[in-house]
Design a protein around this ligand. Structure first.
Ligand SMILES: Nc1nc2c(ncn2[C@@H]2O[C@H](COP(=O)(O)OP(=O)(O)OP(=O)(O)O)[C@@H](O)[C@H]2O)c(=O)[nH]1
Ligand SMILES: [Mg+2]
Length: 195
């Protein structure tokens, strides 16, 4: 049975005033477009199709809220880093993200999804700095680890751990398809959402 049998979609926000009520605790999932954010949410909650896995990266610029239990949420943030997006869309993304991270008191931590074949990029690092500057924790999922052999996977894990030296950041290998690292990821979320 799912760890979160009551998991459900709550609401989508395209702008600041549409955010879900800011109470309880929530964890945000961020990352490049196509890095596997929605797949990670589905795998972790064991709910196929809870978050929509996209075929057209970067098309939806929405913040999607999912409730695991009363007052406990996961948040699927719009991806960044995709090419061919008008400057206007990029500017709106930045505005919405800044607003979200500045106002959100219920935000306890960020799960940053990084495609293990690409490794940590400049925008990922900037995102980490953003949340650390706001005294939140971060956990990096090196996603799609099923696409790498064991040696390459361990090497990207070590490189990323070395790049993320802040004590508030942890890193693990993860596959939504493998599956690999599901229990490790769930344990982090459980701990963050407790209390
Ligand atoms: N092999 C493999 N493919 C994956 C994994 N996770 C996601 N994918 C694939 O990667 C693509 C993007 O996955 P999504 O979960 O939609 O990624 P996203 O980060 O939510 O993308 P956007 O919402 O567009 O920003 C899909 O084709 C997924 O099937 C994984 O662990 N392993
Ligand atoms: Mg998605």
């Amino acid at each position: 049975m799912s760890t979160y049998p009551g998991a459900k979609f709550v609401t989508s926000a395209a702008e600041a005033r549409q955010l879900a009520p800011d109470s309880g605790r929530e964890i945000a999932f961020a990352g490049r477009s196509n890095s596997g954010k929605s797949s990670a949410i589905n795998a972790i909650t064991e709910r196929v199709g809870l978050a929509r896995v996209s075929r057209t990266p970067g098309r939806t610029q929405l913040i999607n809220f999912f409730e695991l239990a009363p007052q406990r949420r996961l948040v699927d943030l719009p991806g960044y880093g995709f090419a061919k997006v008008p400057e206007k869309v990029r500017a709106r993304w930045l505005e919405l993200m800044e607003h979200y991270f500045n106002v959100r008191e219920s935000l306890v931590g960020l799960v940053l999804i990084v495609d293990s074949r690409r490794g940590l990029g400049a925008q990922d690092a900037a995102m980490l700095e953003w949340v650390l500057a706001r005294d939140r924790r971060a956990h990096v999922l090196l996603s799609k680890s099923d696409k790498l052999n064991r040696r390459d996977a361990l090497s990207v894990l070590r490189e990323t751990q070395a790049a993320c030296s802040d004590a508030a950041v942890t890193v693990q290998l993860f596959s939504a398809h493998g599956p690999q690292g599901l229990e490790e990821a769930r344990a982090v979320l459980e701990q963050w959402l407790a209390g």
